[in-house]
Design a protein around this ligand. Structure first.
Ligand SMILES: [Zn+2]
Length: 218
C-alpha cells in the first residue's frame, strides 16, 4: 500500500506530497513538524528545518527540500500549494481548528510571507472523519453557523461535514472552487486503511500528511 495523493497536487512537477495511511508515511522520520494544539497558529519552516519547530497547527515553507508534515486521526489534513510562488502549507484541521479558522490563517500567511494570491492556490483535503461519523454537541455546533447559513439545526447535537466546512472557508478566502479537492474516504468507517480517534480512542495511531518543494536539479 502506498500513500494517497490528490490529482490536483500530483500534477505540480515541483511538489512532492502524500496523505499517509496506517501503513505508510510520505515523509522521512525527521520531517519538520509541530506540537499540535488545535489552534490557529501558523509556523514557517526555514531552509534545512527538521524535527519539532514549536507549537501550532499549520506549517508553511518556500524552501526547497524541506519536508513539512502534520499528524491526524480523524482531524482533516489539508495541503495548500502555490504554483506561481512555489510555496506550500500543511494544515491540521479538526473541528476545533476549523472553528478557529486555521485554514484561512494558512492562506493569509502564504500571502504575507510568500506573496501568494488566493486565486492561485491549489488545495486538497485528505482523508478525515466523514459527515457519516462526525457527531458534535450543542456546545460546538453553533460555531459552525457562519459556514452553514442554510442549516437551522446547529444549536443541537448534529452531524457535520468537516471537509465541506473547510472547503467553504477556502472559497471565502478567495480560492476558486475548482482548485479545492476533497478526499471521499472516512477515517472512522475505513478501519483497514486509517487510524481513527473516535473509533480507537486514546490508543489511536496517527497518519502523517507531508509535502516538500523539490530541490532544483544539481
Ligand atoms: Zn464514517
Amino acid at each position: 500500500m502506498t500513500v494517497l495523493q490528490a490529482a490536483n497536487l500530483a500534477s505540480l512537477p515541483w511538489l512532492e506530497h502524500g496523505f499517509g495511511t496506517r501503513y505508510c508515511s510520505p515523509a522521512p522520520a525527521d520531517y519538520a513538524q509541530l506540537r499540535q494544539t488545535h489552534s490557529d497558529v501558523v509556523v514557517t519552516a526555514p531552509g534545512g528545518a527538521t524535527g519539532v519547530l514549536g507549537e501550532g497547527d499549520a506549517l508553511i515553507t518556500t524552501a526547497p527540500g524541506v519536508w513539512i508534515g502534520i499528524r491526524t486521526a480523524d482531524c482533516a489534513p489539508l495541503i495548500l500549494a502555490d504554483p506561481v510562488r512555489r510555496a506550500v502549507a500543511v494544515v491540521h484541521a479538526g473541528w476545533r481548528g476549523t472553528v478557529n479558522g486555521i485554514a484561512m490563517r494558512a492562506v493569509e500567511r502564504l500571502a504575507a510571507q510568500a506573496g501568494s494570491r488566493p486565486q492561485d492556490l491549489v488545495a486538497a483535503v485528505g482523508p478525515a472523519i466523514g459527515h457519516c461519523c462526525l457527531e458534535l454537541g450543542p456546545e460546538v455546533t453553533p460555531h459552525f453557523a457562519p459556514w452553514w447559513p442554510e442549516r437551522s439545526d446547529l444549536g443541537g447535537r448534529v452531524y457535520l461535514d468537516l471537509a465541506a466546512t473547510i472547503q467553504r472557508q477556502l472559497e471565502s478566502a478567495g480560492l476558486p472552487p475548482r482548485n479545492v479537492h476533497l478526499a471521499s474516504a472516512c477515517t472512522r468507517c475505513d478501519e483497514a486503511r486509517f487510524h481513527s480517534y473516535r473509533r480507537d480512542g486514546a490508543a489511536a495511531g496517527r497518519m502523517v500528511t507531508a509535502a516538500r518543494i523539490r530541490s532544483a536539479p544539481s
